[in-house]
Design a protein around this ligand. Structure first.
Ligand code: UD1
Ligand code: MG
Length: 464
């Protein structure tokens, strides 16, 4: 059956108190709207129509950007006269014959594809299917009014009688309708209600009047249908989502010090016996091999960490590869293009960018390696740096196997240090250093006998 997806995203989101349109606020690093688009994409819809209004240009730009397939249509709703009016704008864009139209809200981000699919199936191109849920506190929501078990109408909170306000079963804002009927119903809506809006929910009573079956389908969980209207609700949903992600990882065997202090904004693939201490943030695509341990407060983005590596606390990794058994941090920074071999050690306040370190290389303290190729078992001393940038271009430093670079050296690139070379501490190396030799480039030490330190003049005695 052909499926259309309509995503309503024209509302202002006043309670966010933000210049950013509400649906572009981020949950787990992805906009609310993108979560909904992703859920809809799983349905193989013939048409996806996003209704824009407030911040339309910004929202439309987000819809047109990857990862969305081209061809998602945006229609503008100006001004915004209610949810029924929003769907009216989509009528010309909806595929017709035998189609089902699924209506989603741009600010209800955690709806799952499976739940949406079940609602489409419940509609079956013939019935009006409503996603509902029972809430302990239903205030503010549209209530599901039943008679003898059958759904008769949805009544908005502001229009409800005191008796209707006692109803706990509410409409989640998500429905699936036969497209042909939906088009006719929304065009017949009126705004004679408490808010002087065109309520999409009024089509329920129209369906009942025409003898079209209306079915309620209970949402599998509250989290899936919670909306975001305020920063507090956004943060609440973030914690719920992160808790679910943490539980999925723990069920697969990952040991977490505290699942309440864990954040994943992307995908995290873990081997067996992985341990993650509290307060870590993972972004993009991260892979942790068997037995990897990540210390507290690490930020790891787009990285591959091989088996047995240990990432000590407060380490920042972005776009890097870490070899098996490597020891990184605490307080280390691996930037894009850092490719570390097995058993490499990177210690505190060491920064590595666009550099390859072969197996067993060590840079343990206060150092910078940028645009470098470092051989096996190299020992790179405390305070040493590659001077890789001349103000216009980046140049490479090549360090052979078994090189020992003393403390506080400057390697002025482009430069090559031969295998087994030793660079004396405090050297500024501007020419290639030969293999196997000691190269020192610093002023000779001198001691002057009889030299006197300058004296301050004696202070005059203080007058009383
Ligand atoms: C709506 C439902 C209510 C339901 C609740 C669930 C109606 C009349 N009421 O109420 O039964 O319990 O959702 O959260 O549908 N939007 C537009 N254009 C508009 C107005 C709204 O695109 O002119 C969009 C909003 O951006 C939002 C969605 O539609 O994504 C829902 O609008 P909102 O104003 O939040 O509806 P509620 O009053 O919460
Ligand atoms: Mg709402």
């Amino acid at each position: 059956m052909t499926v259309n997806v309509v995503i309503m995203a024209a509302g202002k989101g006043t309670r966010m108190k933000s210049a950013l349109p509400k649906v572009l606020h981020r949950l787990a690093g992805v906009s609310l709207l993108q979560h909904v688009l992703n859920a809809g994409a799983g349905l193989g819809a013939a048409r996806t129509v996003v209704v824009t209004g407030h911040g339309a240009a910004e929202v439309e730009a987000a819809v047109a950007a990857p990862p969305n397939a081209p061809g998602i249509v945006c229609v503008r709703q100006m001004p915004q006269l209610g949810t029924g009016h929003a769907v009216q704008q989509t009528v010309p864009a909806l595929a017709d014959a035998n189609a089902v139209t699924l209506i989603l809200n741009g600010d209800v981000p955690l709806i799952r594809t499976g739940t949406a699919r079940a609602l489409v199936d419940a509609c079956g191109g013939e019935r009006l299917a409503l996603l509902t849920i029972e809430l302990a506190d239903a205030s503010g929501y549209g209530r599901i009014v039943r008679e003898g078990g059958a759904i008769r109408a949805i009544v908005e909170h502001k229009d409800a009688t005191p008796a209707q306000r006692e109803i706990r079963e509410i409409y989640t804002g998500i429905m699936a309708a036969p497209t042909r009927l939906l088009k006719r119903w929304v065009m017949a809506l009126r705004d004679d209600n408490a808010q002087r809006e065109f309520y999409l929910t009024d089509i329920v009573a129209m369906a009942v009047a025409e003898g079209v079956a209306v079915v309620g389908s209970a949402a599998p969980s509250e989290t899936e249908v919670l909306g975001v209207n305020s920063p507090v609700q956004l943060a609440d949903l973030e914690r719920r989502l992160q808790r679910m992600r943490a539980e999925t990882l723990m069920e697969a065997g990952v040991r977490m010090a505290d699942p309440a202090r864990f954040d994943l904004r992307g995908t995290l693939a873990c081997g067996s016996d992985v341990e993650i201490d509290f307060g870590c943030l993972f972004e993009g695509q991260v892979t942790l091999g068997d037995g990897v341990r990540v210390g507290a407060h690490c930020c790891i983005k787009d990285a591959r960490i091989e088996a047995g590596a240990v990432i000590h606390p407060y380490t920042h990794i972005d776009g890097a590869q870490v070899g098996a058994g490597a020891l990184i941090g605490p307080f280390a920074r691996l930037r894009p293009g850092a490719d570390l071999g097995a058993a490499v050690h990177i210690g505190n306040f060491v920064e590595v960018k666009n550099s390859t370190l072969a197996a067993g290389a060590k840079a343990n303290h206060l150092a910078y390696l940028g645009d470098a190729t470092v051989g096996e078992r190299v020992n790179y001393g405390a305070g040493s740096i590659t001077a890789n940038y001349d103000g216009a271009n980046k140049h490479r430093t090549v360090i052979g196997n078994d090189v020992h670079v003393g403390s506080n050296c400057v390697l002025v690139a482009p430069i090559t240090i031969g295998d087994g070379a030793t660079i004396g501490a405090g050297s500024t190396i501007g020419r290639d250093a030969p293999a196997g030799q000691l190269t020192v480039a610093r002023a000779r030490q001198a001691s002057l006998s009889g030299w006197k330190r300058p004296q301050k003049p004696a202070k005059p005695a203080k007058a009383d």
